[in-house]
Design a protein around this ligand. Structure first.
Ligand SMILES: [Cu+2]
Length: 157
């Protein structure tokens, strides 16, 4: 009986990896894509995720886009004279055999000129495509939630 349960668990595991908010392309995988629900009139929204690179080659995130936004930018937070400010960056390097976390007060995707606000309420998802120099395109579903997940990785149910 126990064996049966373990087998069942093993069979269910791969399903977990291809959940809506995860995406994989060779060495790169994107997990925990999320966004925080904002007031309905917020002019921009930020999206966050974790990029894992299991390969021996570094890659580079060169741009992002989403059908719900007219424009999408890569941003970082920097400490400027004691003030945290965000600014646009051209690209973000993904280290070999490493993890890069996009999170509040760190790297994030800024979506501007929002088109479909119905997707920006808690429980909804919207598509986001990441363009990498070597790995090509990776699309994920971003989950809109009320607050930040207290611990992004590891994945648990
Ligand atoms: Cu920003």
């Amino acid at each position: 009986m126990l064996k049966k349960i373990l087998l069942l668990a093993a069979l269910l595991l791969p399903v977990c990896l291809v959940e809506a908010h995860e995406s994989e392309n060779g060495q790169l995988s994107i997990a925990h894509a999320w966004s925080m629900e904002l007031p309905p009139n917020a002019p921009t929204v930020a999206a966050y995720f974790v990029i894992r690179n299991t390969g021996t080659q570094a890659d580079r995130l060169i741009s992002v886009d989403s059908p719900i936004a007219g424009a999408a930018q890569l941003h970082e937070h920097v400490n400027q004279d004691g003030l945290m400010k965000m600014q646009q960056v051209e690209t973000v390097d993904v280290p070999a055999a490493g993890t890069l976390t996009f999170a509040p007060m760190a790297y994030h995707v800024m979506l501007l000129d929002l088109k479909d606000r119905s997707k920006l309420t808690t429980g909804q998802t919207f598509p986001l495509t990441l363009h990498f120099e070597k790995a090509g395109d990776l699309s994920v579903q971003v989950i809109v939630q009320k607050q930040a997940p207290d611990d992004a990785p590891p994945h648990n149910h």
